[in-house]
Design a protein around this ligand. Structure first.
Ligand code: NAD
Ligand code: 4TP
Length: 326
């Protein structure tokens, strides 16, 4: 059976999503992976041929010649750089439809173009801080894990979209343990690593330096690592975060588990912004995304680099194929 196409959700219409859908199709039309956009063809800049579809089964015939579009209504035109809360329901609905298509075996998985969380909250009372948490809800999963992956580095934030001041109290042994287990399983299942090596960052400067600069490293992180190491997981830490991302250090692990959003995302976006892919681990379906946001400052100007979106589509196809064969 031929591989199923990937559902690409349009994300925030005022951002660079629509133009990325077009450039991604131009790049992939001959060699794939095949995908279809869930969005409004009227929001496309109009530089490439596109064709409306009713069903993902039509994608294979259309893809070499036109970008297939499964229509999503947004109720208003797009103004690049100016998010409109009126689009919020359409943005959310596109994600819900992609999940349905992946879960019902009509799509290999989903690749999501960036959303603007505030517009979704203002326009539709969106109660989730990002795709990751929303997809966990749609997939009926209590705990999902955000991983950003590039050929140079993989990182996982244990706490995700919360204020920095809330991190210490959100960081619990259970959360850390679950995150490590889900990451370990995800690297085996989706990245083909039979015995993943994980490096775990401390929370505090110098990983607390023996309690002189904070105690979470020794009181909370170390005991969890000890327990999981005894079970046979290959873990190292808590490590001082400032010295675990240089080139030689990165050779010693397959993924870095970090305690908060920016501890994880700054190193990967600094090292490899163009090739980073955001993957959600622990879901019953495949989800990837480019690592960047809506880039309102360049939306509609033809400046958006499609590399991360291309990597995200390729990784979704690879993960979908691996899960099909498992
Ligand atoms: N997956 C997602 O849905 C996702 C991911 C990250 C950020 N966001 C959202 O995006 C919005 C803007 O976030 P931000 O400004 O922090 O980050 P951003 O990634 O949108 O932009 C940061 C800088 O990088 C540039 N840039 C981003 N993508 C680019 C590309 N493909 N090609 C060329 N230049 C690119 C932008 O022009 C900007 O100068 C926020 O609402 C944020 O929540 C969404
Ligand atoms: N935290 C992500 C980043 O900064 O790249 C981003 O906000 C995307 O998160 P979701 O995939 O949960 O929307």
């Amino acid at each position: 059976m031929a591989d199923l196409p990937i559902a690409l959700t349009c994300g925030e219409p005022a951002g660079i999503g629509p133009e990325l859908a077009e450039t991604a199709w131009q790049e992939l039309r001959t060699d794939g992976p095949e995908f279809f956009l869930i969005g409004d063809a009227n929001h496309l800049p109009g530089n490439v041929p596109h064709k409306r579809i009713d069903d993902p089964t039509e994608v294979a015939d259309i893809f070499p010649n036109a970008l297939p579009v499964l229509h999503q209504d947004f109720g208003a035109p797009r103004r690049p750089g100016a998010p409109d809360p009126i689009h919020a329901k359409g943005v959310i609905n596109a994600i819900e439809r992609a999940v349905f298509l992946a879960q019902s075996g009509q799509a290999a998985g989903l690749c999501t173009l960036p959303i603007h969380k505030k517009a979704l909250k203002d326009g539709a009372g969106f109660a989730f801080p990002g795709h990751t948490e929303f997809l966990g809800h749609l997939g009926n999963v209590d705990h999902v894990v955000m991983m950003l992956a590039s050929p140079l580095l993989r990182v996982v934030p244990v706490t995700i979209h919360i204020a920095l001041s809330d991190v210490p109290k959100a960081l619990t042994p259970d959360l850390l343990e679950d995150t490590i287990r889900i990451t370990h399983e995800g690297l085996k299942r989706d990245f083909g690593l039979s015995a993943p090596r994980l490096a775990i960052a401390g929370l505090n400067p110098h990983a607390g330096e023996g309690g002189v600069m904070g105690r979470e490293d020794m009181d909370l992180i170390a005991p969890v690592l000890e327990k999981l190491t005894q079970e046979g997981l290959n873990l190292r830490g808590p490590l001082p975060a400032d010295t675990m991302f240089h080139a030689r250090a990165r050779e010693s692990y397959d993924a870095a588990i970090c305690m908060y959003h920016d501890q994880a995302l700054i190193p990967i976006k600094a090292l490899d912004f163009d090739r980073g892919v955001n993957v959600t681990l622990g879901l019953p379906f495949v989800r990837t995304s480019p690592d960047h946001g809506t880039a309102f400052d360049i939306a509609g100007k033809g400046l958006a680099n499609p590399a991360s979106t291309l990597e995200a589509l390729r990784l979704a196809a690879k993960m979908g194929a691996a899960r099909k064969d498992a």
